[in-house]
Every structure is written in structure tokens, then in C-alpha cells.
Ligand binder design. Structure first.
Ligand code: F6R
Length: 606
């Protein structure tokens, strides 16, 4: 969702701001803008609707020359997608970019009668509120602090004024803000990927903090303007990781690089020789691990489906454990009770998802230990959990999540393996899982390479359909859900995921020759039952694609077989085929593959 950038230093601010905004494009946005101060301290504002390239067109005839500025990509919440609603906003002497939502903006607006508001946004109200305190020689920092004390809601902001050139004030509450410390320059961003290539040293602002940034560094305060000591941290990753590396789209790159990223997820965490798995991050004592009886897994979208698949594995591996997988947007408002000896796994690629974060806080209030299964290092969820482990999938730029899903499942599986050892799980089964994990990266690589072209051809064949059902049983069920989500997100084809056994409880009424069905069929004890569902669909004229690890005879329109020694983890391999399929259908339809319409990478509002 919305992105913030800011710059003070010796480079041309416009170049850094536009470049950094491009790095944030993946988060999803509908308009963009920058505001800068020139060397005579005159402010300049440029905004546009649409992609950053539109902003570049606006800037082309009149480039900004100054060395200080702020920029923003907006994802509309208050007010439509218009130039006037795009950030930065200006009121009096204040220029402001803002992520988040000011809940009491209407009350505040009613009080700010002296201002002639030009947009429908809550952000312009915040700019006016700051300006209303910015009088009679009050420093900008004090005016920002006074205004923020009156605000209800969430924010990450960057503010400057021509009256105090040479500084940008930033603050956060519930929306990330990172201050990159360079040599004679400071780069501000809401997402560390915008800082890569400029600096590796950064201050991650905490909620309720405000900082004064100059080209010499940053001083951090609380809203009572009490000084706070902050040590800089090192940002992980490099610029190569956030570039397409020769692929047409980030989505394809991220699908194809899963073997490599999975090596990072597994590194140092499995011991195939002894058949054991170990995660360092959870920070649990041996007794705490032995005492766990209940695991609740929380996530949204793909992260939820990853949790669902992991829960099947946990049940198989840990004999005395109850698992529960919940959708964060629901759970946060339920009157839930967690039994003693519960642990919560908080699953999030971005580590910023508002609903997941809210659940984390609700669970903590109930005194239950929370562990993060998070990808983005230093993200809010990673900071607020009691312990946890990074999934190390590397930057995921494409809005549709792929490699993070695989890394999340595998990380939770290793957590399950660790519990299993302590809870008297079957050592042979734990060993089997560990051995499969050890070869999973190369099996993913093989599957993707072998079937890339087949999935492309299949996508061409089915791209004209408007409706699809994705079906699976047991561990293939969560991936049926995930496969349907991936297809609808990037191709806009209506797709539903169902447990195969549910077909005759309703969805089979939909089936006719205009639908196609994707059956994920595992070669296990439920094979015959899965084939039963396939026959029911075929008998009603439905077109059937089968993705399977079985070499047995199967009668369907298209059968894609993986040939792998992997058994327990075969759903992960089948899912990579679904990822390729969704990607190529989207390409066939000419869609914006990496930034599908209406979607944002990091859903920081409810
Ligand atoms: C699907 C997708 C979303 C996210 C969901 C949670 O491709 O990307 O469904 O999985 O918004 O996001 P995170 O994992 O960042 O909490």
C-alpha cells in the first residue's frame, strides 16, 4: 500500500525520490507525487494519477533542482484517485506525505475553519493541523508533535517546511518509517527496499516516535519531545534481489528462484543425517517446547493457506498437539479463548498486515506467547512478537505471493519437527520429513524447469475460460485454495478453491462445459476418493486438469505429472505448477502481472 520516501543530501532530490518510489511500486498504488525545496528554499510540488512514469512526464518540462524533498505513492482510502487527492499535501507552510488513516479527520477538519481544503483526504487535514500549530516561531518538530497528540488513527509521515529548510520531520504510529543514514545524506522510506543501494545503516522508528532528519543524521524524540537513544541497524538484502534479473516479471522471477530462496530458509536448520530440525529464533526453553499443547496459526490470504497446510503437517508429526488456523481479519474481533500452554504463530510475508498485527496484539493481551513467521526483516510484526523466525525468502516484489508461501510452509514445518522431537513424535516420520526438506530445493528446481513450458501451453488453452474450481483433499486442499487465489489475483478469472469432498455439497451445481477444474491429486490413501470427484466433474461436462505426483492411469483433459521421490511435501511441488499456470494465464490476458488491479502488497489498513 502507500509508500513514503524522503531525501536530504547532496544528490538531486528528484532523482532519489523518483528512483525510490519506483522501488515501492510493487506495494500497489494509484497515484504518486513529490515535493522538494530548491536551493533558494522555494517549494515545488508535482503529482499525478497512475504509474510513476506519469509523474516523470509531469516533471519532464520542469525538473526539480533541489536537494531536499519527500515523495509518496498513494493507494486511495479517503477520496477518489485524483491529482488533488495525491500526496504530498500542502497547507500553509507545511508539506506532508502520510501513510495510514486519521480516524478523527472529520472532527479535526471542522475545527480548522481557516483552511481552504482542496482534497477529500485525511492527510490534507493533518497538514493543516500541523500548520495550525506552526505559528509564532514554534519549531516544526514541536508543531508536528502537538498535532500528532490530537490525532486518532495510524500514521507514518514525513514533513518539511520552507521556513526551516535542511530538515525533514518524520513520525510513526502503526505504519513503518525507516531512516537510512548515508554519508552526508539521509534517505527516508516506509520500506527498506527503497534504501538499498544508498545505505545499509538505518534507524527503524518505533510507534510514538518522531525524528528530526538533516543531512548529518537523525535525532529521535517521543511526542513529549524527550530525546530517545536509537542505535542504527543493518539492512539486509541487495539491489540485485529487488531487480528482475532477466525475467519479464517479478512474479516469474520469484516463482523460478524458489529453489535458491528455500536454501536460505533451510540453511543451518535441518540435519538430514540425524533426521532432526531446529529453529533458533523461537527462543523457547526445552520445557516450554515440551509443554506446548495448542498452536494457533494466524494469517491472511496466502499466509493463512500456508498456515493451513502447515497445520496438517503439525498434526501428523506431533502426537499430542491441537492446531487451529485462523483468518486474522475474523479472529481479531472474535471472543476467542486460548487454552493454557498455547503458542501463536503469526504468519506474514510483509510483517505489516494490519489485521494480522491486530491479532498479534489481541493474543498478547491474553498472555499467550507469540512467535513470528515473517519474511521482512525489522517489520512491525517481527518487532512485536515474543520470538520467532524469519523465513528468509528475500524481497518479494510481485504483489502475488509465491516464494514466501513455500518458505512459510517449510519454516512452520521445521517448527513442527522441533515440537515432534520433544513430544515423542515418530522418529522415522520426522526423519522422512527432514530428508524430504533436504532435497526439496532441487526437486522444486526440477519441477519448475520440466514443466514451465507445459504450464505455459496449458495456460494458453484455458485463458479464455471465465470460471474455475480448484480441488484437493488432505494436504492438497490448502493448495487448492492457494491455487484459486493465485489465479484470481493475477488473471482476474473467477476461481474457487474447495475440498474435493465438498463438491457434492454444493459446488458441483456450477459444473458444466464453461468451467474448468484443477484437481490436485496426491498418490496416497485418498487417491481413489480423489479420482471419484474427478469422474463426477467429467460426467457433467467439466474440463479437468489434473496435477499429480501419481504415475497411475488418470482420465482427464490434461494430466501434469511430477516425478519425484518426495511424498509428504508433494503439495508444495504441485503448488509451484499452479503458480506457473496463474502467471501464464495473466500474461496471456495481457494483465499487469506484478501489480494486479485493486491489490496492494502490504495491506496496512483494515
Ligand atoms: C496473495 C497475497 C495476499 C497476502 C496477504 C497477507 O498472493 O499476497 O493474500 O498473502 O495479504 O500478506 P502478508 O503475508 O504480508 O501478511
Amino acid at each position: 500500500m502507500c509508500g513514503i520516501v524522503g531525501y536530504i543530501g547532496t544528490r538531486k532530490a528528484q532523482d532519489v525520490l523518483v528512483n525510490s518510489l519506483k522501488r515501492l511500486e510493487y506495494r500497489g498504488y494509484d497515484s504518486a507525487g513529490i515535493a522538494t525545496l530548491d536551493d533558494e528554499n522555494n517549494p515545488h510540488l508535482a503529482r499525478s494519477v497512475g504509474k510513476i512514469v506519469e509523474l516523470e512526464h509531469v516533471l519532464e518540462p520542469k525538473p526539480h533542482t533541489g536537494h531536499l524533498g519527500i515523495g509518496h505513492t498513494r493507494w486511495a482510502t479517503h477520496g477518489g484517485v485524483t491529482v488533488n487527492n495525491a500526496h504530498p499535501h500542502n497547507a500553509g507552510n507545511v508539506f506532508l506525505v502520510h501513510n495510514g488513516i486519521i480516524e478523527n479527520y472529520k472532527e479535526l477538519k471542522a475545527e480548522l475553519k481557516a483552511y481552504d481544503f482542496k482534497s477529500d483526504t485525511d492527510t490534507e487535514v493533518l497538514a493543516a493541523l500541523i500548520d495550525s500549530f506552526y505559528k509564532d516561531g514554534t519549531p516544526l518538530k514541536d508543531a508536528v508533535a502537538s498535532a500528532l497528540k490530537k490525532v486518532r488513527g495510524t500514521y507514518g509521515i514525513a514533513v518539511f517546511s520552507p521556513l526551516e529548510p535542511g530538515q525533514i520531520i518524520v513520525a510513526r504510529l502503526g505504519s513503518p518509517l525507516i531512516i537510512g543514514l548515508g554519508d552526508g545524506e539521509v534517505i527516508i522510506a516506509s520500506d527498506a527496499s527503497a534504501l538499498l543501494g544508498y545505505t545499509r545503516e538505518a534507524i527503524y522508528l518505533n510507534d510514538g516516535e518522531l525524528a528530526v532528519c538533516t543531512n548529518k543524521g537523525a535525532e529521535v524524540f517521543n511526542l513529549n519531545l524527550k530525546h530517545i537513544n536509537h542505535t542504527a541497524e543493518t539492512i539486509e538484502g541487495d539491489v540485485d534481489q529487488i531487480q528482475k534479473g532477466g525475467y519479464d516479471h517479478f512474479l516469474l522471477k520469484e516463482i523460478m528462484e524458489q529453489a535458491t530462496t528455500l536454501h536460505n530458509t533451510l540453511s543451518g536448520r535441518i540435519d538430514p543425517k540425524n533426521g532432526t530440525m531446529h529453529l533458533g529464533g523461537p527462543n523457547l526453553t526445552a520445557k516450554e517446547i515440551a509443554d506446548i499443547r495448542h498452536v494457533v496459526i494466524v494469517g491472511c490470504g496466502t499466509a493463512y493457506y500456508a498456515g493451513l497446510l502447515a497445520s496438517y503437517y503439525m498434526e501428523q508429526l506431533v502426537p499430542d498437539l491441537t492446531t487451529e488456523v485462523v483468518i486474522a481479519s475474523e479472529y481479531r474481533y472474535r471472543s476467542f479463548h486460548l487454552p493454557k500452554n498455547s503458542v501463536a504463530l503469526i504468519v506474514s510475508q510483509s510483517g505489516e498486515t494490519a489485521d494480522t498485527l491486530a491479532c498479534l496484539r489481541e493474543i498478547k493481551k491474553r498472555g499467550v506467547k507469540t512467535l513470528g513467521i515473517v519474511n521482512v526483516v525489522g517489520s512491525t510484526i517481527a518487532r512485536e512478537v515474543d520470538g520467532g523466525t524469519y523465513v528468509h525468502a528475500g524481497p518479494e516484489i510481485s504483489v502475488a505471493s509465491t516464494k514466501a508461501f513455500t518458505a512459510q510452509v517449510v519454516t512452520m514445518l521445521m517448527f513442527a519437527g522441533m515440537l515432534a522431537e520433544s513430544h515423542g513424535g515418530n522418529p522415522q516420520l520426522i526423519h522422512e520429513f527432514t530428508n524430504e526438506l533436504a532435497i526439496l530445493p532441487e526437486e522444486i528446481e526440477k519441477t519448475l524447469k520440466t514443466h514451465q513450458e507445459t504450464m505455459h501451453e496449458l495456460a494458453k488453452k484455458y485463458a479464455g475460460f471465465n470460471d474455475a474450481l480448484y480441488l484437493g483433499r488432505d494436504t492438497a486442499y490448502p493448495i487448492a485454495l492457494e491455487g484459486a487465489l493465485k489465479l484470481k489475483e493475477v488473471s482476474y478469472v473467477h476461481a474457487e478453491g474447495y475440498a474435493s469432498g465438498e463438491l457434492k455439497h454444493g459446488p458441483i451445481a456450477l459444473v458444466d462445459e464453461t468451467f474448468f477444474e484443477v484437481f490436485n491429486i496426491l498418490d496416497n490413501w485418498l487417491f481413489d476418493k480423489s479420482i471419484g470427484g474427478l469422474h463426477e466433474v467429467r460426467a457433467r461436462g467439466g474440463k479437468a486438469i489434473v496435477l499429480t505426483d501419481s504415475q497411475r492411469e488418470i482420465d482427464a483433459d490434461d494430466v501434469i505429472r511430477i516425478n519425484s521421490p518426495i511424498k509428504h511435501l508433494a503439495p508444495i511441488l504441485l503448488n509451484t505448477l499452479q503458480q506457473l499456470f496463474a502467471y501464464y494465464v495473466a500474461v496471456e490476458k495481457g494483465n499487469d502481472v506484478d501489480q494486479p488491479r485493486n491489490l496492494a502488497k502490504s495491506v496496512t489498513v483494515e
